[in-house]
Write a protein that binds this ligand. Structure first.
Ligand SMILES: Cc1cc2nc3c(=O)[nH]c(=O)nc-3n(C[C@H](O)[C@H](O)[C@H](O)COP(=O)(O)OP(=O)(O)OC[C@H]3O[C@@H](n4cnc5c(N)ncnc54)[C@H](O)[C@@H]3O)c2cc1C
Length: 470
């Protein structure tokens, strides 16, 4: 029975935590608290301000872009009064590993018969993929992974004309989505499409196609979103992605408690009544708060470390893999930086771990004076990680090769990125085991792992959980 007065603890004030609170509040729940260990909300949507030419503007160190398929994020935008209408454009160009400009998708530039035939093949396979995703893989296009390993789909719809409505059904072909994306493409005779998907997938830090189950790739980059990317119709936010969550947090009845870390969780034994005891640590020290329910939006593999995790939780969460994505904001000498974003395709393969894959130029009017964010991955399943220092050094050299020696690095960081499970664990029904645990001991699991590590899938996962369990 619904009890709108029950006390709910939300761990984490990132997109998942803020949107979970918003959806609870919209449903009439008023007794919730959000605990955020940092001094800001937004999590990996972090948009610090930097002064250039005497003017302060927002830059991005984490999430950057949205698309027409960002339905749940749009609900958070509307709630907080944020608009994406006036964000800067993100045009792009392409380079090879030596830093030279290339034109992989332009038939006229560096014309050759071979290139033309290659592009025609790509176009044909792209058309085929769109067709099979709508037919053979009908139902792939919802948020989350419930049932997929068993050939079912059940989740909020991502399609533009039925956004955020629950869809469910049977489709045995969906089991193919457990395959690594490269094998999935091979199985369906559409290997060429990886040339397109790799840009907004691997360079965005989400891993390599031989290690990531196709389910993650296709649920994030569904064919609509991929086509929006190709046509450069993605958008950004003027005050940064963080502003979406800062503004929404202000409209909450109970804004997030900042600088407040959850350090311990003790729940009543399974099947018994009682309160969940959450130890929080802030500037005043540690104290215990009591709750009826818990929504965990932070990494579940870490949750197992500070909570009274059951064996089944420890076992399941130990299977989570995450990417190690390194980035920094580069500053350049006067007028010596890029004037448009650059994608370095040669560096998006795992034999080039640690190399810069993309740099983002945000404000066109600042031309070569605009600080740009540079990104690299330093891990791949089955390869040895390259070191953090090597990665930074290599990224710096790559920027120099592109003609943009970096004068200063700001906000340098490595991120726990894109939590997921292997193809084997996916096929073994990892997500159905997680689903079976939802609600046990008053605990609900949300955040990136539930669907995919972008803002939209994360906010939609919060909506799904609030809709079904509260
Ligand atoms: C470089 C980069 C580029 C990206 N680009 C895009 C993009 O273009 N588009 C897009 O949609 N997404 C993008 N993303 C992904 C997006 O930012 C994430 O998927 C999203 O932020 C995940 O939200 P979350 O709330 O699940 O987790 P997080 O954002 O990680 O938030 C979790 C929060 O929990 C807090 N926390 C952790 N442990 C505790 C604890 N014990 N107690 C209290 N608080 C705790 C953390 O401080 C954090 O604030 C990008 C991310 C990065 C890093």
């Amino acid at each position: 029975m619904t009890n709108l007065n029950e006390r709910i603890c939300i761990i984490g004030g990132g997109p998942a935590g803020i949107s979970a609170a918003m959806y609870l509040q919209k449903k009439g729940y008023t007794n919730y608290e959000i605990y955020e260990k940092l001094n800001k909300v937004g999590g990996k949507s972090y948009s610090p301000k930097i002064k250039v030419n005497g003017e302060e503007r927002s830059y991005e160190t984490g999430a950057i872009m949205g698309a027409i398929t960002y339905h749940a994020v749009h609900e958070v935008e509307e709630f907080g009064g944020t608009s994406h209408a006036d964000g800067p454009n993100m045009r792009r160009m392409y380079r090879d590993s030596s830093g030279k400009e290339i034109f992989p998708f332009d038939i006229k530039k560096n014309f050759s018969i071979r290139k033309t035939l290659g592009l025609l093949k790509l176009k044909k396979q792209m058309k085929k993929l769109v067709e099979i995703m709508n037919t053979k893989y009908k139902g792939y296009d919802c948020y989350g992974h419930r049932g997929v390993a068993q050939g079912r789909y059940s989740g909020l719809d991502k399609s533009v004309d039925n956004a955020l409505n629950l869809i469910e059904g049977e489709n045995p072909n969906l089991k193919d989505l457990a395959l690594p994306f490269d094998q999935f493409c091979k199985l369906n005779g559409v290997e060429e499409v990886m040339r397109i998907w790799i840009g907004p997938y691997t360079s965005f830090g989400y891993g390599y196609f031989d290690e990531i189950p196709a389910a993650y790739v296709m649920k994030y980059l569904d064919t609509t979103t991929a086509i929006e990317f190709v046509n450069m119709r993605l958008w950004t936010w003027k005050d940064g992605t963080q502003s979406i969550y800062v503004n929404a947090n202000k409209k909450l009845l109970h804004p997030a408690h900042l600088n407040t870390e959850v350090v311990k969780v003790v729940r009543p034994a399974e099947g018994t009544e009682g309160k969940i005891r959450v130890t929080i640590k802030d500037a005043d020290g540690e104290r215990v708060e009591e709750f009826d329910k818990l929504i965990v939006t932070t990494p579940l593999d870490y949750f197992a470390g500070y909570a009274d995790a059951r064996e089944e939780e420890k076992e399941l969460f130990s299977k989570i893999i995450h990417e190690k994505y390194v980035d920094f904001i580069a500053r350049f000498d006067e007028n010596a930086g890029p004037t448009i974003s650059g994608y370095i395709f040669d560096n998006m393969t795992y034999d080039r771990l640690g190399h810069a894959m993309v740099y983002y130029h945000r404000w066109e009017d600042l031309k070569g004076n605009c600080p740009s964010v540079v990104y690299a991955l330093r891990n791949h399943l089955g390869s040895k990680d390259v070191s953090y220092d090597y990665t930074i050094d290599t990224m710096m050299k790559d920027m120099e090769l592109c003609g943009f020696p970096v004068k200063e690095r700001m906000f340098e960081q490595e991120t726990y990125y894109c939590p997921h499970v292997s193809s084997k664990d996916y096929a073994d029904g990892w997500y159905d085991k997680l689903e079976a645990m939802q609600g046990k001991q008053g605990t609900y699991y949300a955040g990136e792992i539930i669907s995919f590590g972008d803002m939209e899938d994360t906010c939609a996962a919060s909506k799904d959980i609030v809709t079904r369990f509260f």
